[in-house]
Write a protein that binds this ligand. Structure first.
Ligand code: ACM
Length: 558
């Protein structure tokens, strides 16, 4: 008898460990307990959901994904929104049939969900479609990796969802990733892959850096030369030091139709897109397209830049036609991108050419300042006023890089958001103290285009290999920020600059798995974050990446 008990205990201990090892959710849920047993996805499975157009869409997408990856066809059934669980199970299908039941609970946060998995019954509650979507993402992570990857895997014979009780919601509302396509252009299929991976990690903001000195990547119908001229250059590489421009004709851009397609694709994954046009600095490609009114020195030649660095060929902010240009660009962006934010850049804008230009000198005098940075602020002020005069549906909030804080921001008011990258913690605190919202995207370690290890196999990029997965993971957002400022911190964002990164494969290599580390900082309560535990949960991601067909940094995988 005693021997039997010991044997059972040992067996149970092994199976419990096995269950625990199966459960590798990234980002780690806010609360989770692991039960015994599992829900088997096989035979007839009914999914019941509250009758609501958006929830139906989320359910349909989930059912399609499950069908494609497992072959199991969920039988869909909707019910009036106010029914309770017991009734739902009876009404949605026969007793003895496995059910996935969704129920609205308006007491939960916009992205929160509760998930209960038992043998034969999965219950999900959420207040909003996003919550149901995130519950489904968690379920996909509880299944074999091919499910999240969206591919069928004939070698998997059992679709088992381990028993868990989860109450989950994100720490921050903003969990972003920025990609610079100004330096190098990858095209819509690659962007969709990135959006898929972001959604797997419950990230919800794609910041699309669409313009640079080296390329303008979005069609603007009123200014066709932006893409006829500004989207192309005579070098694939961005020259730097001994790396000289290679003379290869290179470029590309998104038509407005393609950009809208990507917005829709992102929306299905609960990701909002923030377009960035970086003006008036980092604008040489625009200046080369319309030097007659954008250049400070239109009489000189201007070309899309073949080098990397910070170009001094900035927009002439004293020219009313340049201001009108920016307003027109914003209007077209507003048509394409429905999200409430637009990013106008504002980083690394040399004032040298303004200092040499008599119109800029006169304007500085007129606005009563001696600080040339205030010309930039005055430019933004006019753009902000332009937006403010629009109807409610066309209102947009503005985001800027933190250098904007070097000017007198009084005219811009407090309802702007500062994306903090250089001296990020200090800059974010300064923004919050001025009453502005802020997003943490610290250059070190959240610029995940930098080398992620010092291994000799590491492909060329910026940095010294010190922005390892561990270093990225161990950054603590909002550390030491006084309680009264914390509401100004919208969240975190990883940024990816592409001066050295010519191919999508190279983007993926550098981006992964560090994106997962940033996602967890954005979602999981700080008290639950632990690198060793994360590294363990990460191990299964290699299979997901391989099945998904994306490259990834290998050094943390055993
Ligand atoms: C930046 O890294 N220039 C925002």
């Amino acid at each position: 008898m005693r021997l039997r008990t010991i044997l059972l205990t040992v067996l149970c201990a092994f199976s419990c460990i096995a269950f625990a090892q199966e459960i590798s959710i990234i980002p780690q849920p806010a609360q989770m307990t692991v039960g015994k047993g599992a829900f088997l996805l096989q035979g007839k499975v009914v999914i019941c959901y509250p009758a609501d157009k958006e929830i139906k869409n989320v359910v349909n997408n989930f059912a399609d994904d499950i069908k494609a990856a497992t072959g199991v066809k969920l039988k869909k059934s909707s019910f009036k929104k106010d029914k309770l669980f017991g009734l739902e199970v009876d009404k949605c299908g026969k007793k003895g049939v496995a059910h996935i039941v969704l129920r609205l609970d308006n007491s939960l946060g916009d992205e929160a969900y509760n998930l209960s998995v038992r043998d034969g019954l999965i219950k999900i509650t959420a207040a909003k479609p996003a919550g149901f979507f995130y519950a489904f993402q968690t379920i996909k992570q509880l299944l074999p990796a091919n499910v999240m990857a969206g591919v069928y895997d004939a070698s998997v014979t059992e679709w088992r969802i381990p028993a868990v009780e989860i109450s989950d919601e994100p720490r921050f509302a903003w969990r972003g990733f920025m990609l610079d396509e100004g330096r190098h252009f990858y095209g819509k299929n690659e962007i969709k892959k990135i959006l898929d991976v972001m959604a797997a990690y419950k990230m919800n903001r794609f910041h699309w850096h669409l313009t640079e000195d080296q390329g303008w990547r979005i069609e603007i119908k009123k200014y066709p030369k932006l893409t006829e001229i500004g989207a192309w250059r005579d070098s694939k590489v961005c020259g730097w030091g001994d790396v000289k421009p290679d003379g290869i004709r290179y470029g590309g851009f998104y038509t407005q139709k393609e950009a809208r397609e990507i917005v829709e694709y992102a929306k299905e994954r609960f990701i909002e897109i923030i377009p960035e046009v970086d003006i008036p600095g980092h604008s040489q490609a625009a200046v080369a397209s319309y030097p007659e009114f954008l250049a400070c020195d239109p009489e000189k030649p201007h070309e899309v830049w073949l080098w990397q660095g910070v170009s001094s060929d900035v927009i002439n902010v004293s020219n009313p036609k340049a201001v009108q240009f920016a307003k027109d660009v914003i209007d077209e962006l507003t048509d394409i991108f429905p999200f409430e934010y637009i990013h106008l850049g504002g980083d690394e804008c040399p004032t040298y050419k303004w200092e040499q230009n008599s119109d800029c000198q006169a304007l500085l005098k007129e606005i009563g300042s001696k600080n040339y940075r205030d010309l930039q602020i005055n430019f933004y002020y006019q753009l902000k006023e332009h937006i403010a005069a629009k109807p409610a549906a066309r209102q947009r909030k503005l985001i800027f890089w933190n250098e904007v804080l070097h000017g007198n921001t009084a005219s811009l008011g407090k309802d702007i958001t500062i994306m903090a990258w250089v001296g990020a913690d200090r800059a974010a605190k300064e923004a919050a103290t001025r009453g502005m919202n802020t997003i943490l995207s610290p250059q070190i370690p959240y610029y995940i285009n930098r080398k992620q290890s010092n291994l000799p196999t590491e492909p060329h990029s910026q940095g010294y290999g010190t922005e390892t997965v561990e270093a990225v993971y161990n950054y603590i957002p909002m550390k030491g920020v006084p309680a009264e400022l914390q509401s100004k911190y919208m969240g975190v964002q990883a940024n990816f600059w592409t001066e050295w990164v010519e191919t999508a494969d190279h983007v993926q290599y550098l981006m992964l798995p560090r994106l997962a580390a940033v996602a967890e900082a954005g979602w999981t309560p700080q008290a639950l974050r632990d690198y060793k535990n994360f590294e363990q949960r990460l191990q299964g991601e290699a299979l997901y990446y391989r099945l998904k067909g994306v490259n990834y940094g290998k050094h943390v995988f055993k």
